[in-house]
Design a protein around this ligand. Sequence first.
Ligand SMILES: [Zn+2]
Ligand SMILES: [Zn+2]
Length: 343
Amino acid sequence: MIQSTLSTDLITSDILPVLSKSKVARHTYLDNRVTKSQRENRRTRSQRARERLQTKEHLSRLAVGLGEVELADKLERCHSRLSVLTCGRHIARIIPNFTCEFRLCPDCGRRRSRKLQSKYLPAMRGFMLHRKVTPVHLVLTQTHRKENRKQSAKRIKDSFTRLQRRGFWKEYFKGGTWSLEFTKDKNGLHHTHLHIIGFRRKFFDIELLRGEWLAATGDSHVLNLKPIKDIAAGLREVVKYVSKPLDIRRFGAADLKEFLGLKNMRMFGTFGEFRDFCKSFVPSDNNDAMSELESLSRDLVEGCACPQCSAPLFDLRLSKSELPQFYEQIESSPPGKVGTSWN
Ligand SMILES: [Zn+2]
Ligand SMILES: [Zn+2]
């Protein structure tokens, strides 16, 4: 067993520069979303791990400021010590000492979104096969009003319910999933979007859908629709908002307070025929790549061969601040493939 000799000193001084990246104007949302996700894809795992750490520290400070000491303590403890099963070059599994389950916690959010993916991906594949439908990613937006987050979310969900009752929607769509994304502009107005994976029966003119959305909202026709080529990637994109419903680096104490008031609000759901399909769907356990990978890594222990390079795995104990540096060490180690299954 190899003990970690990583120091945490370098890490804290590296944290600050990453914070200043989000300078892009937020009002042209749909265009920004593309650049934002491209930027996210370019970031290395060590950078992303560091950002998760910063986000949690930021949230914890806000919680202390609000007198939410229990929440702050949970966030501090969450993923603070990690048991990392690694060959030194790839990470096969990370087991945290504690998980806080707070909805804005980026570590817990990642686990939650992985769970949603392994739950819904097989059902989506089954649904597409049986119902001869093709998936699209639909983003629905609404006009900005002076209202709180809760009102804004209720307004867009109500509009979506009205859209689903319309004949046009019933003719062209057979259900799907939805998730909520919140953003806030510099004037403090909430922008709430619904990200939908819709299962489409046949093609239609997008202008017709805009007209339908206008009829459902009364004042907004703004939406974006793109076909999903790879359903696994499409689902991953949409559940991202479950783990990251808003940009926490722009988050203040008042935002956290408001968010704590949203305790029971659902952020993700299924609808239409797909929802019914999920209720009775039993996944066959032989052909889903993701659950195979997950069950494979669940059975791994120290001494097993690394699934990616066959070198023996060992158990590395890291503190939360050592993880980004361990990723960095992997990223800079020459040459060889770095594993991607734990992104
Ligand atoms: Zn957590
Ligand atoms: Zn390996």
